[in-house]
Design a binder for this molecule. Sequence first.
Ligand code: AMP
Length: 218
Amino acid sequence: MRVVLLGKPGSGKGTQARRIAKAKGIPQISTGDLIRAAIAAGSPLGLQFQEYADKGLLVPDDLVLALIEERLKQDDSTHGFLLDGFPRTIPQAEALAQWLIKAGMPLDAVLNMQVPDSALIERAEGRRFCGHCGSSFHVKFAPSKEDGVCDNCGHELKQRADDRADVVMNRVGVYKEKTAPLLDFYRSRQLLRDIDGLGTPQEVGDRIEVALKRNPGP
Ligand code: AMP
């Protein structure tokens, strides 16, 4: 199964991406994770990425395309994948379509996580992650047992630099300008499935399960 997950920052993409990838036995490929890993490694490319990511701006298409093309060549992607945070612009979507046509691996579905703007700041600002094992929490919706400490491995929980309210607002603006046009791009290709993203991760996950079984609408 080859799936793309679209949604504004704070719409629950990452949480659902992990659930779907686990349930379907496919890799979750997140350009945000790849970019954060390059930043953490301190490579010259990582330093370039940081300039954009810290401000909530998109990394230029050519750099992201080079990164994702490398990742899609890995063996674990041949039997399917879930793309989380990619594509985010029309040129990225067009490049992906070209690769997949060439490889004879069309997309099965594009999920559009719908969450009203009013819910995004609270969701994004409360997010915490463990830099050691990657577990994620939310101070209100999925708190760790001990404040600031990972339930899984006991390391300190951190907040992403771009989850501050002002940066989240920038990211939502960038989404509306650059990423929202992908909804029509995929709707016109009969791939888009709208998902109500409000509710518990289980409730949203159940809606996704149903949507993935359904034929796409007109
Ligand atoms: P995310 O974790 O998906 O919210 O991504 C974090 C940041 O990485 C974004 O705010 C961008 O700066 C960058 N990024 C991730 N994916 C892309 C993409 N497909 N195109 C451009 N920039 C991206």
